[in-house]
Design a protein around this ligand. Structure first.
Ligand SMILES: NC(=O)CC[C@H](N)C(=O)O
Length: 309
């Protein structure tokens, strides 16, 4: 294998002059306060080695990356029955688009657009008070990363609760189509708190390592999901993980990945490593501009693209 630390250092050197590019998400007031001039990246290989660069230890709001962990929980609870509530096709529209939902009678296209993730949260809530569902997710992520210090940023959750009009619209729409079993404000309470999970690149790469390693975390020995389920979650990330930028991400990077409007991207090189990158400035479709650029460099310099080197 190439010298990964040297590869990361070379990527950092190439990114450095561009730090600050893109625009921070400002529709969530608390995220608008984040300094855009930050960049961090971490890689955890399936043999447990960790490589870091830049602000890899700074906690940030993982936002939509949390949708991967919630999907894993929901599949664990209801298995393939989940697909009655949400589809598996790329949306080709914005992460918070409403128009598609009406065409498709309240069944969201996939679990990674907002509407789909809200339906997934509703599934995880079955039999729980909202607070318990949030607690379950937090415990799950701490278990995955083997790190009890991971927290939820209540300020971010509150900020989004106060301003998340579009998400309220999506959730009300789905409730009208009977695709939500719980009251809208309860489901969104869970959804906003999951999005407000605060993690560093290293914590995120550790938490997602099971997806690079056939469903088990080789550093903790924890078996999380079956190899088949890990493969399928990766397939969904590849096709739907970047909203209407998913095709472009596959073209340039070629790795299953999930982005969030906090500026994080989590990516998987199956059988090799999990990767997390963070830089708050976003491109037009709401994905980290430098995060995607850094992953493109990584894939080119390592030959890790799932489509071949
Ligand atoms: N793309 C994202 O990260 C969106 C998540 C954000 N919490 C929202 O619901 O709008």
């Amino acid at each position: 294998m190439t010298d990964l630390q040297a590869t990361l250092d070379s990527i950092y050197a190439d990114i450095q002059p561009r730090i600050g590019e893109g625009k921070v998400a400002d529709y969530i007031p608390e995220l608008a306060k984040v300094d855009p001039k930050q960049f961090g990246m971490a890689i955890v290989t399936v043999d447990g080695k960790v490589y870091r660069v830049g602000n890899a230890d700074t906690a940030f709001s993982i936002q939509s990356i949390s949708k991967v962990f919630m999907l894993t929980l929901a599949l664990g609870k209801v298995g393939e029955g989940l697909w009655k509530r949400v589809g598996r096709e790329p949306s080709g529209s914005a992460f918070n688009s409403i128009v598609q939902l009406e065409h498709e009678s309240g069944i969201p296209r996939n679990p990674f657009i907002n509407a789909g993730a809200i339906a997934v949260s509703d599934v995880v809530m079955a039999g729980h008070a909202p607070r318990e569902a949030i607690g379950e997710l937090l415990r799950f992520v701490r278990y995955l990363a083997d790190d009890e210090s991971i927290t939820i940023d209540d300020k971010v959750a509150r900020s989004e609760t106060q301003t998340g009009y579009r998400n309220f619209a999506l959730a009300n729409f789905m409730r009208a189509y009977r695709n939500l079993d719980h009251p809208v404000d309860h489901v969104l309470g869970v959804y906003f708190h999951q999005c407000a999970l605060s993690m560093s690149c290293e914590q995120l790469a550790r938490a997602g390592l099971f997806l690079a390693a056939r469903g088990s975390n080789p550093t903790t020995g924890h078996s999380v999901v079956s190899p088949k389920r890990a493969r399928r979650i990766n397939a969904l990330m590849l096709t739907c993980g970047h909203y209407d930028g998913s095709g472009d991400f596959a073209y340039h990077v070629g790795l299953p990945g999930k982005s969030g409007v906090g500026g994080g991207i989590f990516a998987v090189a199956p059988g090799i490593a999990s990767i997390a990158v963070w830089s708050p400035g976003l491109n037009k479709v709401g994905n980290s501009q430098l995060g995607a650029a850094a992953l493109e460099m990584l894939a080119a310099r390592t030959g890790w693209s799932v489509f071949g080197d």
